[in-house]
Design a protein around this ligand. Structure first.
Ligand SMILES: [Zn+2]
Length: 270
């Protein structure tokens, strides 16, 4: 009873927009050995060097311990679920300054894909409302990420299809750190920022054009939805299909390499 009351209070605090400050994100502990097989089941982990592996496990542990994890539709959020998701979310943070996704207090997990309400304004101003099946959602107004466990596990274990819902949704959260959902995360260096805006705009427009012409692309066409989706889709592909991105979109690759301070294509070369 007390537990559920505390939980309700924490949830209310989240919804009125006050970030949870009671659990400092720097409390660390040794990575439990029983969790290791779940991280080792993620193919990207084997490509990391020893120092990166250690760092990834440490970030994973902090995310598992400091976020609120909630199951939807009766789903039981086990340690395996938390670790599998947190380890994937940890990868983009590996070599950047970060605060363990300060814009995420809670991670809600559905067992499989789920439906969200949509509202589109069509020709003549007609409002069309409906429901769409999705794999994940990153809210900009509340500090929550929603994921389908089935999709998160599949995205983590299939490391070559360029699709990874965990990296996608958490990339949105990096983008949102400056309170703008525009496909540009905070970049402090002025020259790097200018290059980012120039290249990302050019690459986004190229994808929109390819999409309109019905041409095949390495990047998912969902990235042509808007610049925010372009960043999330590019980030998924950067980590999952780095060599194809480096070959087909060298300038885009270079921007992501500079921002994340990682070279996943070079990891595969080795
Ligand atoms: Zn998205």
């Amino acid at each position: 009873m007390l537990d559920s009351l505390l939980r309700l209070l924490r949830k209310l605090a989240t919804f009125v927009g006050s970030p949870r400050r009671d659990a400092p994100a720097n409390i660390r502990r040794d990575f439990p050995t029983g969790w290791l097989p779940w991280v080792e089941a993620l193919p990207f982990y084997q490509g990391l060097d020893e120092e990166e592996k250690k760092h990834l496990l440490s970030i994973t542990c902090v995310i598992v311990d400091n976020k609120i994890w909630s199951g939807m539709d009766g789903f039981d959020v086990t340690d395996e679920v938390k670790v599998t998701i947190a380890a994937q979310a940890a990868l983009p943070l590996l070599r950047i300054e970060h605060q363990f996704y300060r814009g995420v207090d809670e991670i809600l997990i559905h067992p499989t894909t789920y439906k969200v309400s949509t509202r589109n304004i069509g020709p003549g101003g007609v409002v069309v409302e409906g429901k769409t099946e999705v794999l994940g959602t990153a809210h900009s107004d509340i500090n929550i990420v929603v994921l389908s466990w089935q999709s998160a596990r599949q995205g983590g274990t299939n490391w070559e299809d360029g699709r990874n819902v965990v990296i996608h949704e958490f990339a949105h959260k990096l983008d949102m750190l400056d309170d703008y959902v525009d496909g540009t995360p905070p970049i402090n260096c002025r020259d790097q920022y200018a290059a980012w805006v120039r290249i990302m705009t050019k690459e986004y427009e190229k994808l929109v054009s390819m999409d309109k012409k019905g041409k095949k692309t390495v990047l998912s066409k969902y990235g042509a939805t808007n610049p925010a989706e372009f960043f999330a889709v590019s980030t998924e592909a950067f980590f999952e299909k780095p060599r194809q991105i480096r070959k087909k979109h060298p300038e885009l690759y270079e921007q992501l390499r500079a921002y994340f301070n990682q070279d996943p294509a070079a990891r595969l070369d080795h």
